[in-house]
Design a protein around this ligand. Structure first.
Ligand code: HEM
Ligand SMILES: *[C@@H]1O[C@H](CO)[C@@H](O)[C@H](O)[C@H]1NC(C)=O
Ligand SMILES: *[C@@H]1O[C@H](CO)[C@@H](O)[C@H](O)[C@H]1NC(C)=O
Ligand SMILES: *[C@@H]1O[C@H](CO)[C@@H](O)[C@H](O)[C@H]1NC(C)=O
Length: 518
């Protein structure tokens, strides 16, 4: 190729192409260019299986790396950028080390929740994220009988167990929040964790263990323990992990300590079953009893039952404590919410007494939690699934095997079309809607839909949410009726902290409490 034609092709390419195209040397170079471009494009498309899915931030190897670095503290902002720009389309946001494919449209969230477990898997995702098998117990993922118990025995016995739950909530609140004439400042998060761990364990393992501080602390610390250990395991090849768990993590110590407390109780209950049969007189009604009823084979062992109890605490304690703290900060920053809630709770209690049914009639209280979960949530995404096989949405969007998918929880919950003034916290938002709808339960706290996903949606939606709602509402009702609250820094709600995919309430803030005056 002559240097002349080279110059021509470069400088005149844009506007003189149709004419120059006829000249043999130029034609040659143009075809060469097209060939190279095609080959490059083929290689590029082969390397990027997500080229057909729009990306937030850079989609190249280097630019996406820079966007991903932001995502630790700004994932929700990246999510919103994508939601605004690609609304109604599937898009992708770089997570720490991989793409998270984001689903927003209601019908596509329905497709996500309906996809079979062997195609889009929640369990495999959880196991890979938390190393459940390595860290928490080898059988927990394959045999999930605890979920059946939470959904069945626990949820269906809530009316029956409500008195126990309420009693433990009240005693734990009295012990942890002094009923004084003058304001007491308390570290909010750790106080709520103590109360929730104790009240929950009244129903998980019963009296007297639910009041044992060492047992409660193991369960409280287990979450951070798993989280820390996970960071160690993630850097290791799979074959080293079992050894690393033993040598480098404190998880086996936690399990042993929990077993020290649970072991004698399990033995004692087993002895009674052996002597008097499975329905022996005065058999405790709690998660541990149900687990012993349901467990078969090796699951009946003390270490296995201990792992199961720790797992349920893992799922319950910090999720519930963060949710309560989020709501508490709204209440303490805007104490004008106190009086209308007091009026409602007192009126319902006067009519119904303290029952589970009564809790469903406190619409303002229920709305306050539903709104707090909408506005804060504890996770910017939910319905997260790992694609074990290729999957295609009905609009043709192809999701290759190995992809991670999630619902755009944070952005869905702030969508102005779904929630007018969605950027504002309006504690009674849902109570106002329900006021016009009689007994319609569409807008109650525990109800999920493609527009409301803080508990997920569909078959993996949180099975513990009915229990959690009763516990949180019993706590808030007791708090509101017996205490005044305000922020130490009056009128100011401490900002949430974004950490990876979590929306965490400020875990350093203090709230002021005193005996109710009015
Ligand atoms: C307010 C407190 C809670 C929140 C916000 C919460 C949230 C969630 C979410 C988002 C999921 C995953 C659903 C999905 O993304 O598809 C989940 C699953 C789960 N939750 Fe909760 N949860 C709470 C309390 C509890 C409690 C108290 C328990 C136990 C009694 C519990 C037990 C579980 C279990 C076992 C799963 C796994 C379900 C499955 O594998 O199908 N959660 N929860
Ligand atoms: C409630 O608990 C009792 C006692 O443990 C149990 O036998 C029963 O099956 C539970 N109820 C339901 C509906 O699961
Ligand atoms: C989990 O670990 C990460 C990284 O080590 C840390 O930043 C985060 O705060 C931890 N979260 C919890 C709930 O302990
Ligand atoms: C409850 O309200 C929702 C909308 O707010 C409506 O779609 C639904 O049909 C209502 N359900 C009943 C049973 O009235």
């Amino acid at each position: 190729m002559s240097s002349d034609s080279m110059n021509l092709s470069l400088s005149n390419l844009n506007y003189s192409l149709p004419f120059r195209f006829k000249e043999p040397p130029l034609t040659f170079s143009w075809i060469g260019f097209a060939l190279i471009a095609t080959v490059l494009a083929l290689i590029f498309f082969k390397r990027d299986p997500y080229a057909h899915i729009p990306a937030v931030g850079g989609s190249g190897m280097i630019s996406s790396y820079f966007t991903a670095k932001k995502s630790y503290n700004q994932f929700h902002e990246l999510l919103s950028i994508g939601y605004a720009k690609y609304k109604n389309r599937i898009y992708r946001v770089p997570d720490k080390d991989r793409w998270n494919i984001i689903v927003s449209r209601p019908d596509q969230i329905e497709e996500l929740r309906k996809a079979p477990d062997d195609v889009l898997s929640f369990n495999v995702f959880i196991n890979e994220k938390l190393f459940v098998k390595d860290l928490m117990g080898p059988t927990l993922v394959e045999n999930e009988y605890h979920i059946g118990i939470i959904r069945g025995q626990l949820t269906k016995n809530l009316s029956h167990l409500f008195d126990d739950l309420r009693e433990e909530v009240e005693l734990a609140m009295d012990d942890n929040i002094p009923l004084t004439e003058y304001w007491t400042s308390l570290h909010a998060y750790s106080t709520m964790v103590q109360i929730i761990a104790r009240a929950s364990n009244r129903i998980f393992v019963g009296l007297p263990l639910c009041r044992n501080t060492e047992y409660l602390q193991v369960n409280i610390d287990y979450t951070a323990n798993i989280n820390k250990s996970r960071d160690i395991l993630i850097r290791m090849p799979a074959f080293l992990r079992p050894l690393a768990v033993k040598l480098l993590t404190t998880v086996p110590k936690s399990i042993a300590l929990a077993g020290k407390h649970l072991g004698p109780i399990i033995k004692e209950r087993q002895a009674k079953i052996d002597e008097y049969g499975p329905d022996y007189p005065d058999k405790p009604i709690d998660f541990l009893s149900w687990a012993m009823d349901e467990a078969t084979g090796e699951e009946r062992g003390i270490p296995e039952l201990t792992n199961r109890v720790l797992l349920v605490n893992f799922a319950a304690i910090h999720t519930s404590s963060m949710s309560f703290t989020h709501a508490l900060y709204h209440l303490a920053a805007e104490p004008h919410y106190l009086q209308p809630m007091r009026d409602e709770i007192e009126a319902v209690i006067a009519k119904e007494g303290w029952t589970k049914v009564a809790m469903t009639k406190m619409h303002k209280l229920d709305s306050f939690f539903r709104e707090s979960q909408r506005y804060n949530g504890i996770s910017f995404v939910s319905l997260t699934r790992l694609a074990l096989k290729d999957f295609t949405f009905s609009d043709g969007t192809f999701i290759p095997k190995g992809s991670l998918l999630s619902a755009a929880t944070y952005s869905i919950h702030r969508d102005e079309e779904k929630y007018p003034d969605g950027d504002k916290f309006d504690g009674f938002r849902f109570a106002k809607i329900r006021a016009g709808e009689g007994l319609n339960t569409t807008h109650q706290f525990v109800n999920t839909s493609p527009d409301y996903v803080p508990f997920g949606h569909g078959k993996h939606a949180c099975p513990g949410r009915f229990f959690a709602a009763n516990e949180l509402k019993a706590m808030m009702a007791y708090l509101v009726l017996n205490y005044d609250v305000k922020m130490e820094n009056e009128g100011v709600r401490p900002p949430n902290v974004a950490a990876a995919l979590s929306c965490i309430p400020d875990v350093t803030a203090h709230v002021m409490f005193r005996r109710r005056r009015l």
